[in-house]
Design a protein around this ligand. Structure first.
Ligand code: SAM
Ligand code: SF4
Length: 358
């Protein structure tokens, strides 16, 4: 590992509209699927259940000093379930729970049970894995289908340096527990930071081959609370592909939905699969089908946009399902064509990854 790990500097978020947003005004449809001005249908909702976390990953949160939402600002389980029902009525078929760390929210299995009862085709969760082993069976019994577990190093000291808290063996045991509970296929999220863990690309490829877990290499995105992102720190997906395929040839796996963020590859000898999430170097905005609900009840149509539509006030002030549906439609309709990271003048959004829900 070379050089010190990134340190906190100040953030100066500002609002922006990308130059590429040139679509003329059109009438927003009031029925049918959730569609935006560019024809993208949104059927995947990411719900953040908390902005709190028990880790402090260097690419996400500062070690100290981040303030969290007061508890009364968090959506209750009743409110989340109601919004999930509205989303389902608008054609949302896949739901993912995230955060912050979703498992630090008390009683999560009961929320999973309520969301499962709404009846989505897919119900998944992204977790850091530190609290997963003890609840994996309960979550599966409640209706969770699968989990993505984040793990940025297979070396204990480095894992501790990147995630600042938590232990590698706990997370590896949690992956096994999740598989035993049937939360599969299990995906492992790896954020690559140049000079810090990119020498483990082949180790992670070998891990994918030996465990059958789908390892997804994620480019570092300008969503850290410290504002320390810079392009030189990210490892482009293309380079990951070249390094792995030089040792183990890879073949593309087609995505029938055409909307998956990860470019999927299987090892040509049939043993295992990896994914590349090249959000910065090869944006996939043109096929984006995702909408996000923050823990305090704001709908966000893009990780990188500062535009938010608050549903919580409407929920708490007697809004009808029709009112809520309209807000969902407006949030999606206003989506920009792309995240604009590679446009001149791009500015990181005011809320960072853990506050939005990754
Ligand atoms: N706490 C959970 C976890 O770590 O899996 C769920 C929330 S976390 C925000 C969701 C995913 O976003 C994780 O895989 C994490 O590694 C990733 N992530 C966080 N900050 C990121 C950044 N600046 N760039 C790229 N990925 C990031
Ligand atoms: Fe917590 Fe996940 Fe952010 Fe790490 S990436 S600090 S585990 S929310």
């Amino acid at each position: 590992m070379t050089g010190p790990l990134p340190v906190a500097v100040s953030v100066k978020p500002r609002r922006r509209r990308p130059d590429s947003d040139v679509m003329p005004a059109q009438a927003m449809p009031l029925e049918g699927p959730l569609i935006d001005r560019y024809g993208r249908v949104h059927d995947d909702l990411r719900i953040s259940v908390t902005d709190r976390c028990n880790l402090r990953c260097v690419y996400c949160m500062p070690e100290e000093g981040l303030s969290f939402l007061p508890r009364n600002e968090l959506l209750t389980f009743d409110e989340i379930t109601r919004l999930a029902q509205v989303a389902k009525s608008l054609g949302v078929s896949a739901l993912r729970l995230t955060g912050g760390e979703p498992l630090v929210r008390k009683g999560l299995p009961s929320l999973v049970g309520r969301l499962a009862a709404v009846g989505f085709e897919d119900l998944a969760m992204t977790t850091n894995g530190t609290e997963l082993a003890g609840v994996a069976r309960e979550l599966a019994a409640a209706g969770l289908r699968r989990v993505n577990v984040s793990c940025d190093s297979l070396r204990p000291e480095r894992f501790a340096a990147i995630r600042r808290r938590g232990k590698l063996d706990v997370v590896l045991n949690a992956m096994t527990a999740a598989e035993e509970a049937g939360l599969t296929p299990l995906k492992v999220n790896v954020v690559l930071l140049r000079g810090h863990n990119d020498d483990e690309i082949l180790d992670f490829a070998s891990f994918a081959r030996s465990t059958g877990r789908i390892v997804r290499f994620i480019e570092f995105m300008p969503l850290d609370a410290q504002g320390m992102w810079d392009r030189n720190r990210l490892v482009p997906g293309r380079q990951v592909f070249e390094r792995i395929s030089a040792v183990w040839p890879l073949e593309p796996v087609s995505d029938p939905s055409g909307t998956a963020p990860a470019e999927r590859f299987r090892f040509a000898d049939g043993i295992g699969e990896i994914g590349l999430i090249s959000s910065v170097s090869e944006p996939f905005c043109g096929t984006c089908n995702r909408l996000r609900l923050t823990a305090d009840g704001a709908l966000r149509n893009c990780l990188f946009s500062d535009d938010e539509d608050t549903v919580r006030d409407l929920l708490r002030n007697g809004g009808t399902d029709a009112d809520l549906s309209l807000l969902f439609r407006q949030a999606v309709w206003a989506k920009f064509p792309g995240h604009g990271i590679n446009e001149p003048g791009f500015l990181s959004p005011a809320r960072s990854m853990s506050m939005i829900g990754g």
